[in-house]
Ligand binder design. Structure first.
Ligand code: SAM
Length: 241
C-alpha cells in the first residue's frame, strides 16, 4: 500500500464505514473505557469564556459520542453542528439523533478539508479522536477551517489518542496496539484489519504538537494538554478578538 493512501479521505471514509456498526462498543472496550474519560476531559478543557448558549461545531463527529458530555456541561447550548464524511457513521449518528436531542443537533456528511463553513459563526469547535487520520498538511487545512469558522472570542478544544513517547510502559502499550488489538480484531471480527489501523495512525500522528503549531500559525491562542502519561494529548484555546 502507498503510505500516503491511509490519509486519502475516501480511504478513511471507507475504513470508518466498515467500522461503523461496532465502533461504539469496540472503541470503548479496546481502550478500557478511556475514550469515555477522554471525551469528558476534552469538554472540561473548553475555555470557560465560551458562550454557553452558542453554536458548537463537532468536527469528525462520528456517531456523536461527545454530544452527551457537551450537553451535560452546556445544558443551554444553542445548537451542535456535527460533520463527518463516512456515510455509515453519518447514518448511525442520524439514527441516534432521531431518538432524542434531535432538535438541537444537525449532522452533515462532508469532508472537513473542503466543506464550506460559514465564517465567524461558531462559538466553539470541538473534536474528539478526529485528528490522527490526517497528515500534517491536512492538519494545517483543519487549523484554517477552525480559524475561519470561529467568531472572534470563540473557543476550541481537540483531543486525540497519542503515542506516549516518554512513558516507561510504552513498549507494553505498543505491544497492545500493534499486536494484541490486531489479533483480537482478526479473531472476533471475521479477519478484519480496520480498528487495528488506529495503532498505525497514532504511531504516525505522535501527538497534538503539530496541530497546535498549525493553530498558533493561524493566530489563535493555544494551550496543549496531555492525559494518562501522554496516551491522549489535546489542544484548546481561543480566537483572539
Ligand atoms: C475515530 S472517529 C471519532 C468519532 C467521534 N468524534 C468519537 O469521539 O468517537 C474519527 C471520525 O472522523 C471522521 N473523518 C475522518 N476523516 C474525515 C474527513 N476528511 N472529513 C470529515 N470526517 C472525517 C471519520 O469518518 C470518523 O467518523
Amino acid at each position: 500500500m502507498n503510505p500516503n493512501e491511509i490519509y486519502d479521505p475516501d480511504y478513511v471514509a471507507a475504513l470508518f464505514d466498515r467500522c461503523s456498526s461496532s465502533y461504539r462498543t469496540w472503541s470503548t472496550v479496546a481502550s478500557f473505557g478511556m475514550v469515555w474519560r477522554w471525551r469528558k476531559v476534552c469538554v472540561a478543557n473548553i475555555p470557560n469564556t465560551t458562550n454557553n448558549n452558542g453554536l458548537f461545531f463537532d468536527l469528525m463527529a462520528g456517531t456523536g459520542e461527545v454530544w452527551p458530555h457537551l450537553i451535560r456541561a452546556y445544558p443551554k447550548l444553542g445548537e451542535i453542528k456535527a460533520i463527518d464524511n463516512s456515510t455509515l457513521m453519518h447514518k448511525t449518528a442520524l439514527t441516534r439523533l432521531h431518538q432524542d436531542r434531535s432538535h438541537r443537533i444537525s449532522h452533515l456528511k462532508a469532508n472537513v478539508l473542503d466543506v464550506d463553513l460559514p465564517a465567524n459563526s461558531a462559538d466553539c469547535v470541538i473534536s474528539t479522536f478526529g485528528l490522527k487520520t490526517f497528515d500534517i498538511g491536512q492538519q494545517t487545512r483543519i487549523a484554517e477551517q477552525v480559524n475561519h469558522v470561529l467568531k472572534p472570542g470563540g473557543t476550541f478544544c481537540f483531543i486525540e489518542a497519542s503515542d506516549p513517547s516518554d512513558w516507561l510502559l510504552r513498549p507494553l502499550y505498543r505491544f497492545y496496539m500493534d499486536l494484541c488489538l490486531p489479533l483480537v480484531e482478526r479473531l472476533f471480527l471475521k479477519g478484519a484489519r480496520d480498528f487495528s489501523m488506529i495503532g498505525t495512525y497514532t504511531k504516525h500522528f505522535k501527538n497534538c504538537d503539530d496541530f497546535k503549531n498549525a493553530l498558533t500559525a493561524q493566530g489563535l491562542e493555544t494551550h496543549g494538554f496531555s492525559d494518562f502519561f501522554g496516551c491522549a494529548t489535546g489542544v484548546y484555546g481561543t480566537k483572539l478578538n
